[in-house]
Design a protein around this ligand. Structure first.
Ligand code: SAM
Length: 243
């Protein structure tokens, strides 16, 4: 998969060279390219913004500069998806990450100031480019770079070979079961008066699986009742229902 990120702060994306995503990049599992939007400016001051038409505070990113940047990166065969982080977009979830992990090429356009001129998304949609405006959550960040970091990491870890043991993707929170993950423990079995639950030391696989399922259900009901309400009718078996 190839991901291009366009930003006025390429340095902001430096953490993508670290850890699993950095390793995936170096191993050729993920072709990650970060571009400075100012490369596509034509004036002496390398201007990317202007005052909002209609008045108001702040500055808006110019469509002509974004157009120059995106024309080349998106091509015109509709094969490359454009992702625009914005607080007014659809919520970015694990389902979005799963969908994007199957896309061969993605371009992430990082807004700053009051955001990108609305005609940019409109123009590429009209040209047949799949455009998704995504929000990380109901709060406002200064720019799209943090959203790009989130999207690249969430998507990259789903690509084959990026996470060493693919089993660790199976039982995660927000996975296929629709539940939060059960609590996890490691050695030592006693720490500052807190004991690892006895059943996990039993070696009894079926009892461990049942205990984990129960804790996942309890935790989800307590912390995210909205997720329980969204479970399909057949998601709970008789043992689940006794909780
Ligand atoms: N005036 C805009 C509004 O109220 O919708 C906010 C612009 S924000 C200061 C600048 C940029 O940060 C946005 O263009 C977007 O790229 C990014 N951004 C801010 N909050 C975000 C969020 N919750 N999710 C995704 N991107 C966000």
């Amino acid at each position: 998969m190839r991901i291009d990120v366009v930003t006025i702060f390429p340095e902001y994306l430096a953490p993508l060279e670290l850890s699993l995503v950095g390793k995936a990049h170096r191993a050729g599992l993920l072709d990650l390219r970060v571009h400075d939007l100012r490369t596509w400016t034509t004036d002496r001051h390398r201007t990317v913004d202007d005052t909002p038409i209609g008045g108001g505070a702040g500055m808006v990113m110019r469509p002509d500069v974004w157009g120059e940047a995106l024309d080349g990166l998106l091509g015109d065969d509709g094969a490359v998806e454009l992702l625009v982080p914005t607080p007014s977009g659809e919520r970015f979830t694990q389902r979005t990450a799963e969908r994007l992990a199957a896309v061969p090429r993605l371009v992430v356009a990082c807004g700053r100031y009051e955001g990108i001129d609305a005609r940019v998304a409109e123009h590429y949609r009209a040209r047949g480019v799949p455009v998704t405006e995504v929000s990380l959550g109901d709060y406002v960040l200064n720019g799209g770079e943090v959203a790009a970091l989130v999207v690249v990491e969430a998507v990259a870890r789903l690509l084959p070979g990026v996470v060493g043991n693919p089993d660790s993707l199976v039982e995660e929170s927000h996975g296929a079961a629709g539940l939060l993950e059960y609590p996890v423990y490691t050695r030592p079995p006693q720490w500052r008066g807190h004991d690892v639950p006895e059943v996990l030391l039993s070696g009894h696989h079926a009892r461990i699986a049942r205990w984990r399922r129960d804790r996942a259900l309890e935790r989800t009901a307590e912390r995210r009742p909205d997720l329980v309400a969204r479970l399909p009718a057949d998601a709970l078996d008789a043992d689940d229902r006794r909780l």
